[in-house]
Design a protein around this ligand. Structure first.
Ligand SMILES: NC(=O)c1ccc[n+]([C@@H]2O[C@H](COP(=O)([O-])OP(=O)(O)OC[C@H]3O[C@@H](n4cnc5c(N)ncnc54)[C@H](O)[C@@H]3O)[C@@H](O)[C@H]2O)c1
Length: 443
């Protein structure tokens, strides 16, 4: 197995556990003391898993948990208190937590419409941010995030945890080093059996919920009884559909393995085929991306039919001149290009890791942990984090372009300098969104 310089550095650092190889920290101003104080925002499902994981990291303390739903707030306080010495404070308004100088980092696991506006508020307040995927609700917010990260010199790590997985890193290095020659096509997929969400009705806001804060940056609408929790994913006003909810992971891996930034052409097709309900995004969709140098990527999502491909509900296949690489979880298989096609190499996912598409809150806590550790190390040492927001934005933009192509029914042509849509004002109208007055994100 070819050893890259990157692996050598990573493995040596792991073996020695030493600071000797690490560069001088870039965050000399405001560098937290050895212990990192963390606040977690949005703690019902993914946020609870992250809070529990952060609480178990060395020299890390959850000082605050934040949720606008009193039920999840109380549950998270209790869960975190069992894992660390200190019981975290509970607060429903993130703005109050951001005023607290003791908080070094904020983890954001709210609905998507809060992600970029909340992260921008946090870096402005001097906090580092672990920002769940997708980093933004729309492309304009992604551009603002990059600006904010640079201006306020804070880290924003996106929660596409595969970026920190050792075998995926090794696979990406090898692919780019010519393992299967020129990689000219990649296909990624996700399959699940999500149930219908019905037709919601306007209803009184439950007494445990602050609906105004839940909406935050999004223009105000009446509370309906089929949005919170979780089903907001399937409404354009707050969510981003399966292309970003799960496509983020595989589309990011495909973009990474092929070493591309922006597609030149994007086409999408699909629909809400399986059920008749309020769900606004396609439950079944393919997105095709062409690149200027004559290569392409295909994404297939099935939210309501979990029939697997390659024995798995999710994965990526890279096709090249000399062979094929199948990536599943934190492992991969390499096939040659002869007849009969044979398995040439298999890097197995470590046995403790159970990456699956069925547990949507956390496919695997140990694999979440390496991404969290990478973020915390970045704060402590100034080392480059594995998913900085400029790279995260490019992958999320690809997913967003797919949604825009589907919504408008258009073939999108993309400016190679910045990822923007060329010559189509109707499609570009989806580049940003309107905000509730007073909540517009500004850098
Ligand atoms: N990286 C991954 O593998 C992964 C896995 C699952 C979810 N996620 C991401 O995590 C995010 C949350 O997803 P989920 O499934 O946990 O959603 P969810 O609806 O179950 O939970 C969201 C929580 O945020 C709370 N919330 C809403 N507005 C808030 C506010 N202003 N302040 C504080 N709390 C607020 C809600 O009350 C709820 O408790 C999504 O963006 C999703 O894409 C990532």
């Amino acid at each position: 197995m070819k050893k890259t310089r990157r692996h050598f550095i990573k493995n040596t650092a792991l073996a020695t556990g030493a600071l000797a190889l690490q560069p001088i920290p870039i965050f000399t101003q405001g560098l937290p003391s050895k212990q990192i104080n963390v606040a977690v925002m949005g703690v019902r499902s993914r946020g609870l898993v992250l809070a529990e994981n952060f609480a178990q990291m060395p020299d890390t303390r959850i000082t605050h948990v934040c949720d606008v739903d009193q039920r999840y707030l109380e549950k998270a306080i209790g869960a975190v208190a069992k894992l660390q010495k200190q019981t975290p404070a509970g607060e429903k308004d993130i703005r109050k937590i951001l005023e607290n100088k003791e908080v070094d980092a904020v983890v954001m696991a709210t609905p998507d419409h809060w992600h970029a506006p909340g992260a921008i508020m946090a870096v402005k307040a001097g906090k580092h941010v672990y920002l769940e995927k997708p980093c933004s609700h729309n492309p304009q917010e992604g551009e603002l995030l990059i600006e904010a990260e640079k201006k306020y010199n804070r880290l924003i790590q996106m929660g596409n945890q595969r970026r920190s997985w050792d075998n995926i890193n090794r696979c990406m290095d090898e692919l780019r080093g010519g393992l299967i020659g020129k990689v000219y096509f990649a296909k990624g997929w996700y399959a699940n059996d999500r149930k219908p969400i019905g037709f919601g009705k306007v209803a009184p806001v439950p007494d445990y919920l602050d609906w105004d804060l839940w909406q935050g940056p999004a223009p105000r609408v009446d509370y309906r009884d089929n949005l919170h929790p979780y089903n907001w994913h399937w409404f354009w006003h707050w969510g981003t559909g399966e292309a970003l909810n799960n496509g983020t992971h595989e589309i990011d891996v495909m973009r990474w393995g092929m070493g591309v930034d922006y597609p030149s052409r994007v086409v999408a097709s699909g629909g809400r085929y399986h059920y008749d309900d309020d769900w606004e995004f396609p439950d079944t969709m393919t997105i095709n991306y062409d690149f200027e140098d004559g290569r392409s990527i295909c994404w297939e999502q099935r939210s309501c039919n979990s029939y697997s491909s390659e024995g798995d509900g999710r994965g990526v296949i890279f096709y090249g001149e000399k062979g094929t690489v199948v990536v599943q979880g934190n492992g991969y298989k390499v096939y040659n290009n002869q007849r009969p096609i044979e398995l040439a190499q298999e890097i197995k996912q470590p046995p403790q890791a159970q990456d699956s598409s069925t547990n949507t809150a956390s496919p695997d806590a140990s694999l979440d942990g390496v991404h969290i550790k990478n973020f915390l190390d970045g704060i402590r040492t100034g080392n480059k984090i594995s998913s900085p927001i400029d790279e995260g934005h490019k992958s999320i933009l690809m997913c967003q372009l797919g949604n825009i192509a589907w919504k408008t029914g258009r073939v999108l042509h993309i400016d190679q300098r910045n990822g923007r849509i060329i010559g189509d004002p109707e499609a570009m109208a989806h580049w940003g969104r309107g905000y509730e007055p007073g909540w517009e994100p500004t850098v």
